[in-house]
Design a protein around this ligand. Sequence first.
Ligand code: ATP
Length: 578
Amino acid sequence: MFSQNNTKFKELANLFNELEKTSSSLVMIDILANFFQKVSAEEAKLTAYLLKGKITPDYLGGEFGLAQKLVIRAIARAYNLSIEEVEKNFYKKGDLGNVAEELSNKKDSELTIIEVFKQLKQIVDSSGEGSQEQKINILSDLLKKSSFLEAKYIIRIVLGVLRLGVGDMTFLYGLSKFLVGSKKAKKTLEHAYNIFSDLGEVCYEALKYGLKKLEQAEPVVGIPTRMMLAQRINNLQEIKNHILGNVFVEYKYDGERIQAHIQKDKIELFSRKHENITHQFPDLIENLKKAFTGKNAIIEGEVVAINKKNNTLENFQILMTRRRKYDIDKYIKEVPIKYFIFDILYINNKSLIYKKLIDRKKEIYNNFQENNEINFAKCIITSDIEEIEAFFDKAIENGAEGIMIKDAESIYQAGIRGWNWIKFKKDYRDELADTFDLVVVGALYGTGRRAGTYGSLLLASFDPKYNRYYTFTKVGAGFTDKDLEEIPKKLNKFKINKKHHLVETNMKADVWFEPKLVMEVRGAEITISPVHTVAINIIKNGGLALRFPRFVRWRDDKSAEDSTTPDEIYQIYKIKNK
Ligand code: ATP
């Protein structure tokens, strides 16, 4: 049975240590299943956050706010050394976790998981005047009490460099294995995770109340639901292979997807990555308040930048100038926005995710009144391909990037990329003009005009099935001088000293990065490659490579796990090579 919330932190440090030694998902699953035997539901919940170097689910933020310099001061204070001595050590080892591990002479400690978590929370919570000193004090006290292995991982947690590579699906698989001895419960756990995007909470509820409760998971206002995603087609005739009846055809707006959680006295906005981005759009909040006539709701829509002079739709890059912490009022005036509502997941204390799209649409129309800034996504309902084609042309003419085609009878499938939603973009019509969202995992130094900076970037696709990044291409073209200048600024904070252990490639790179940043590239052709590894599990005698790639734009709204998957790339390869 579960322990009583007094499990030692050393169990968690041992877990980290074991996980660090492997990159095999199957081994990770066994290690996790074994660990769940030792802890309470509460401790398992905290473990889910700590494994990712956090103390909260993503949507609650929770930053430690401890830069390297401050951590060096905390280590110096804990072990009675000068800052210079710690810095010298750091210079030699390149990892402050290892520095603390070596400096600590304690083999064992009395710390419990709950206690360490509380201290870490205090570090996160201390803010305002004197908070730096407070954070350093808490951390150094914690280090004094820690064994060497514990000190190593505490430092890596607060610096955000834990990098254990346990994917969400691997974690849920481990939990399933513990609960039922196999992956049988993974579907239920994944469903609940898709509904409330909080690995810790899913873990807690599964251990405390059992799987039955999770099967009935429903959205909660204030907690982001993972978004339903679309498949792509290259030819409108393909629609009939996937949807037989009526479809809603909507403009595919080129902005950012926002899930708005509306309550009487509070509106919160969540991004596709579940970050709380409420503070970025005070104008949207005000306009939503005016447009909403119900009690509470969860809706989805696309926020799009609008050209001030002629009231036309701007593209994604222009909207990204609104992604900022400061000068928000100034940018509200400079880059006005509109929000186009296309779905609703919850209304007046009732979940709508199991209702048909056609009924969900009615709830949007019944509970919102359009105004200048809040609009319903432009749509038609039809089953006629010619009508869809004509609507597509109109969408492009009016500044949309394509259309979304949605089965009118379909439920809202949180977190699923299925055929109930299909996207068709302008680009897809041109042969070999597909775009891909890929993760930067490495870089090669430039020569000539690019000497001293990066000449090309190594890009990969994340495969959730294998919890691995497979490289697909090396991009050096399509960057403006401004882009080139920005690249090191964006990437250098993710530099690591060797290839990330979850990256599979036969390519060499001068610099390796933690897989974090996503960029969109356009390619000319997909071929089989001896060095790239995308779809290697399908093709076997090689992977797929994208030839003649060009940079299109950064996709700061996507996380690494949201990149175009090897399965999607393989589908495109198959269509193009029929
Ligand atoms: P993409 O890179 O093509 O924007 P994605 O991976 O972000 O795709 P998908 O579900 O595959 O997400 O494609 C739909 C995306 O298009 C949504 O995430 C959303 O940002 C955007 N979008 C614009 N208009 C709509 C609409 N009417 N319905 C749904 N999504 C829309």
